[in-house]
Design a protein around this ligand. Structure first.
Ligand code: NAD
Ligand code: ZN
Length: 241
């Protein structure tokens, strides 16, 4: 079993998604705070934005969707792949979560030849005075989050995992619009039983691209992640026993 998740599973914990915000994320233009080409021009703003997200993360809790995913992993050995940068799956007990878009509590030094990566917990990063602990660069440290236009090294393992799905397997997709990773196309070709759960049927494309089509999935259970968690768990039990 593979469980592929997005921002929607953390919405019920109080972390807003891209979609809810209509192209703005916590009132900021995503292009200004999540763009690898321009992030250094917006250096202080980028750090202030992710610092606020990081401090907020320390104040929220996993919800029943994260806990349900942890139970499915414990019971079926599910591989968990997430686009989320938060740590709520880990706090619910999930193990070895593959974060394809990075991890909010980490800073990575982008100074040439350095690449030091370290965890700063739920604290703010003071971009005007804090430096890389290894090369002492002031402008190298970057939130360890994959920005638009930046390479995502874990996509390769993610694609291998999707390609490994067989007829007896289950692919559960929860809380993602499918606009950043085109999971709708993946669901349309894998031989596994596929389940989609989002807030509602995707009504149309937006600035981020194509639509996630319910018709690409064998089973569709829309609604709030925390409320549908039990139904999803029961469905998986039916499919895997
Ligand atoms: P998205 O914002 O594009 O789509 C969110 C999806 O979640 C939508 O399909 C929506 O129907 C669904 N949703 C919203 N509220 C829900 C709820 N209460 N219950 C169930 N589903 C709900 O998110 P995405 O597809 O994950 O892509 C956005 C990118 O943004 C990702 O790459 C991710 O790194 C980043 N992001 C992460 C977080 C986080 O870590 N929590 C939050 C915002 C954005
Ligand atoms: Zn460094």
């Amino acid at each position: 079993m593979i469980i592929f998740t997005g921002a929607g599973i953390s919405a019920d914990s109080g972390i807003s998604t891209f979609r809810d915000a209509n192209g703005l994320w916590e009132k900021h233009d995503i292009d200004q705070v999540c763009n690898f080409q321009t992030w250094k021009q917006n250096f202080d703003l980028v750090h202030a934005f992710y610092s606020a997200r990081r401090v907020q993360l320390g104040t929220v809790q996993p919800n029943p969707a994260h806990e349900m995913i942890a139970r499915l992993q414990a019971r079926y050995g599910a591989v968990i792949i997430t686009q989320n940068i938060d740590d709520l799956l880990e706090r619910a007990g999930c193990k070895d979560v593959i974060h394809v878009h990075g991890f909010l509590t980490e800073i990575r030094c982008t100074n040439t030849g350095c690449n030091k990566t370290w965890d700063i917990g739920y604290t703010a990063w003071d971009s005007k005075s804090q430096r890389c602990g290894s090369c002492l660069s002031l402008r190298g440290p970057k939130p360890n989050v994959v920005f638009f236009g930046e390479s995502a090294p874990r996509y390769a393992i993610m694609q291998q995992l999707f390609a490994s799905l067989g007829q007896e397997d289950v692919l559960l997709v929860m809380g993602t619009s499918g606009n950043v990773v085109d999971i709708g196309t993946v669901a349309s070709y894998v031989p596994a039983q596929t389940i989609l759960s989002n807030l509602e049927t995707d009504k149309g494309g937006d600035v981020f691209g194509p639509v996630l089509d319910d018709a690409h999935f064998n089973h569709v259970l829309h609604g709030r992640a925390a409320e549908r968690a039990i139904d999803i768990e029961r469905l998986v039990e039916t499919l895997l026993t």
